[in-house]
Design a protein around this ligand. Sequence first.
Ligand SMILES: O=C(O)CCC(=O)C(=O)O
Ligand SMILES: [Fe+2]
Length: 390
Amino acid sequence: MRHSAAGAARDPAGVTQPAADSQWERTTRINTEVEVWSELAGWRARAAWFGSRGKEGRNTCKQASARASARGDMAVTRLRNIKGPHATEIERKIKRGNTLRQASWWRGSRGLAALLSVALCACAGAGLLLHLSSLDGDVTETLVSRRELVSPQPRAYGVPCSEDYDNYKRYPGCTPQKCGRVVTDGVVTREEALALRRLAEKGLGLAGSEGGASILDLHSGALSMGKQFVNIYRYFGDQIRDVFAQEDFQLYRNVRGRIQAAIAEAFGLDPELMYLTKPTFFSRINSTAARTQHDEYWHPHIDKVTYGSFDYTSLLYLSDYGSDFTGGRFIFMDQNANRSVEPRTGRVSFFSSGTENLHRVEKVTWGTRYAITVSFTCDPEHAISDPALP
Ligand SMILES: O=C(O)CCC(=O)C(=O)O
Ligand SMILES: [Fe+2]
């Protein structure tokens, strides 16, 4: 593991420390791996295959199926791309996630026969379920609970940067020099989040996946429909103006701008040198069983590996863990612990997108969870414009 800040030094435990600066001097170490920036101044690739509007957009469904058929190779690709001293550990966690997926597929697809088998093999079945639930419920630390209000100051946790960024051109003023995670309830108000949730409800209410996870990408127009995706701008044509208003898009732009400013401030970046990138999408998750792999949002993944262009990922939550839904916590899968962020309406959680922030979303067990993934790149070639009504 490596940190690119000039003057980095290695501590006796072998963990590279960033050069001291005004923020890091105030850092409180909570263990050898994760540090709290105590007073900062300031799906799985659900949609990675979505085309943008135009030619690409027309092929959205075809692309989706082509990618789905290539999906068998995706986990392998992810593993191949992971580098650094903790690669084995990360691979183990991703493999464990895949084992969980296979187990859950097995459980979901056998229906009555499986129930009968379980009844016949009660002891073995109970043992297996216990084992699986112990793997799935392995949160060891709540980083930020739903009940607390993190405002006005964000809460930040530093982690040493992975080497992922070395595989890409570096953009001074943007490429992560300092990596970590930040959670804040002070950037988006509850009212704004609820307005965005109404927007999500309207858009996703037009269709939605047959399985438990649906997405709406206002930039490309991709919307889950049954087992596939449609482009809302093509499918609904001008009628989409009866669904979305200009104010909806203005609100999205406004909130996106504030999140961008918060990321820039927390990581010491020039906000002008970071750009919105795709995919950026609303997600709606419930406890309906997955019907296709598009519905499998719970796999451990690394956004930089999955999406390529991402340098900073942000998540804006539009519903509350515990009252709107159960399960569905966001989990950072660190070497020594699994740390959860509990969604809260209006909560923004953002992090550097590399291997240092391997993560997953717990399966939703009840209710409906709404969120928006808003991602940023340092590479102007991967910049996209804000979503807009055609
Ligand atoms: O919705 C979340 O909490 C996380 C989603 C995610 O990991 C992603 O979009 O890459
Ligand atoms: Fe992610």
